[in-house]
Write a protein that binds this ligand. Structure first.
Ligand SMILES: *[C@@H]1O[C@H](CO)[C@@H](O)[C@H](O)[C@H]1NC(C)=O
Length: 115
């Protein structure tokens, strides 16, 4: 009887900790970004454009973030749909940025578009 009770407690504990760990794995859930004008989000978008410009010798200029979502990993993943100007016209792009602010680490994982 006592053992059964202990087993149940352990099972409950394991379930809870796997849910807690879930937030830190790559398969954790994505949350929509409600405020796309948040300076932190805009900063991520500008970073994506800067990195893309450097890598591709492009000269896109940030216009705005249209929508996005973020995911808690070791840090935070951002998946943003943004508008940027290439000199002639505005186009939309989907950018993916990995941010670990406490390590001052930020990486452009992918830059797709125009879409
Ligand atoms: C990022 O967002 C775009 C547009 O909503 C979507 O098509 C794409 O699948 C998303 N990418 C990831 C890795 O979630």
């Amino acid at each position: 009887m006592h053992n059964l009770f202990t087993t149940i407690i352990i099972i409950i504990f394991l379930c809870k900790s796997s849910v807690a760990l879930g937030g830190r794995t790559v398969s954790g859930g994505w949350s929509p970004i409600s405020d796309v004008t948040d300076p932190k989000v805009v900063d991520i978008a500008k970073f994506a454009i800067d990195e893309h410009n450097k890598a591709d010798h492009a000269s896109l200029k940030f216009a705005k973030v249209l929508k996005g979502e973020s995911q808690v990993v070791a840090g935070m993943n951002y998946n943003l749909t943004i508008t940027a100007a290439d000199g002639t016209a505005d186009h939309d792009y989907v950018v993916f940025v990995w941010d670990k602010p406490w390590q001052k680490f930020r990486q452009l994982v992918s830059f797709k578009g125009p879409i």
